[in-house]
Design a protein around this ligand. Structure first.
Ligand code: GCU
Length: 137
């Protein structure tokens, strides 16, 4: 089954805080990381077997500009997702990346590549379907 890893319990790379002032998050809140390049979070988890797997990031961007990021798996950047505006800070959408994982421990590090910082980050789902590309809850 898919593993849902919350952002608020991830390792914070730079200057993130846990907040819960915008509804619609899962778990107990979301990570609001600094609006600066390099800020973001890192998740560590165990995969039962090696293989190509969907990684789905759930985020909100209530601003008006794109927030580009780098997604590194086990230290290698495998994708550069762009967290576009979602219309409101309470409107959450997902971006899915398909990537190989190792059997055993893996890390997924998601960091901003511009001074905008990342979006507000809710969770990372490991495994499961991609879901609608711009679904809102
Ligand atoms: C607002 C919003 C925050 C968000 C921030 C941003 O301050 O309330 O949740 O993180 O904008 O621009 O990143």
């Amino acid at each position: 089954p898919p593993q849902v890893l919350e952002a608020e319990t991830a390792t914070f790379v730079v200057g993130c805080v846990v907040e819960n002032n915008w509804p619609g998050y899962t778990g107990t809140g979301f990570a609001n990381c600094d609006n600066t390049g390099g800020s973001g979070v890192e998740w560590t988890f165990t995969a039962q077997q090696a293989g190509s797997t969907n990684l789905t990031v759930r985020y909100a961007n209530g601003g008006t500009t794109n927030r580009p990021a780098a997604l590194a798996v086990n230290g290698t950047i495998v994708s550069t997702p762009v967290f576009g505006p979602t219309g409101a800070w309470s409107a959450w959408q997902t971006v899915t990346v398909q990537t190989p994982l190792n059997a055993g421990t893996n890390t997924v590090r998601l960091t901003a590549t511009s001074a905008t910082g990342p979006a507000n980050l809710d969770s990372l789902t490991v495994g499961g379907d991609a879901g609608p590309p711009s679904g809102t809850d």
